[in-house]
Design a protein around this ligand. Structure first.
Ligand code: NAD
Length: 283
């Protein structure tokens, strides 16, 4: 297992020794940029020539994250700035999109901020306020981000743009661990992204949804600890025998954001090591 994890993080190559041009000249907004997937994506975008506005609800987390990003992308040719933004508030989302007017407008919007609340449960036990909070951030946040990205692209007469919305594999397969508000919210992200992709295709604006499998986060690793049985019960479901890494999601986002994916639109872009394709039985 250690080898699989090592090879995933080798792919990250975040030592700043190489840089590219896959995002040269592009301006990007990333929401939830202080978290796992958002920060890894920020680093890749910067290293590939983009300018990035990192947005997050947490200012202290943003400060820590931007310092890490600058260190990991020392040869960046674009710029990186931060903005405190609660994606469930339209005025915040509008403001960050307008902040990019002085950069020449946005080219890429990564609507990635999302929560899975600890009190999220099944149909009987999920509190209404948790349901509403989850939809406000995970669904309305993506709507506002998509809306103001479209308005920015139009304002600057752009003929192409890429919007990537983070969903989850739980939008595709039922989760055995109840988290009904989260699951419903991610299903809405998939459906919304698909319609946006079709409605705005003739304008040159592509919309794709990212569907990550559960990731190897510090929280998860702490929770699993040394309990081998607990770990195996989860890892058995992964054909590759391991959880995914945030950098492996970021690599997919980079592709969807760049012009390399110019004919990819309206897709549920699944990065899950084959999890949703598998029929796995324990030995
Ligand atoms: P994370 O918790 O590390 O990062 C999420 C970030 O979003 C945090 O920095 C948080 O401060 C920020 N945030 C929370 N509420 C916000 C709000 N209202 N406005 C702006 N920012 C807000 O999580 P992550 O793993 O990087 O997850 C990113 C996305 O990927 C989420 O949408 C999540 O649902 C999805 N996802 C994660 C996993 C996983 O296993 N980690 C699996 C599938 C999908």
């Amino acid at each position: 297992m250690a080898n699989a994890r090592q090879s995933a993080s080798h792919g990250a190559n975040h030592n700043g020794s190489s840089s590219g041009h896959r995002m040269a000249g592009k301006n990007a907004i990333i929401t939830g940029a202080a978290g796992g997937i958002g920060l890894e994506t920020t680093i890749l975008f910067l290293r590939e020539g983009a300018s990035v506005l990192m947005c997050d609800i947490s200012e202290p987390a943003l400060e820590r994250a931007v310092a890490i990003a600058k260190k990991a992308a020392p040869h960046m040719v674009g710029k990186v700035e931060t903005a405190q933004c609660d994606v469930s508030k339209e005025a915040h989302v509008k403001a960050v999109c307008e902040q990019l007017d002085s950069w020449g407008g946005l080219d890429v919007m990564f609507n990635n901020a999302g929560i899975m609340h600890g009190d999220d449960a099944d149909a009987v036990d999920t509190p209404e306020k948790i349901w509403d909070l989850t939809q406000a951030i995970n669904v309305k946040g993506v709507w506002y981000g998509s809306k103001h990205a479209i308005l920015s692209l139009r304002r600057h007469s752009k003929t192409c743009g890429s919007i990537i919305n983070t969903a989850s594999i739980v939008a595709l397969v039922g989760s055995a661990t109840p988290q009904l508000a989260y699951t419903a919210s991610k299903g809405a992200v998939l459906a919304m992204t698909r319609e946006l992709a079709i409605v705005h295709a003739r304008e040159g604006y592509r919309f794709n949804a990212l569907c990550p499998a559960p990731l190897n986060t510090p929280l998860l690793q702490d929770w699993l600890g040394d309990d081998k049985e607990k770990r195996l019960r989860r890892e058995i479901h992964f054909p590759m025998g391991r959880f995914g890494e945030a950098i492996e999601q970021a690599q997919g986002v980079l592709f969807l954001a760049s012009d390399e994916s110019s004919f990819i639109n309206g897709q549920d872009f699944v990065i899950d090591g084959g999890l949703t394709r598998a029929y796995v039985t324990a030995d």
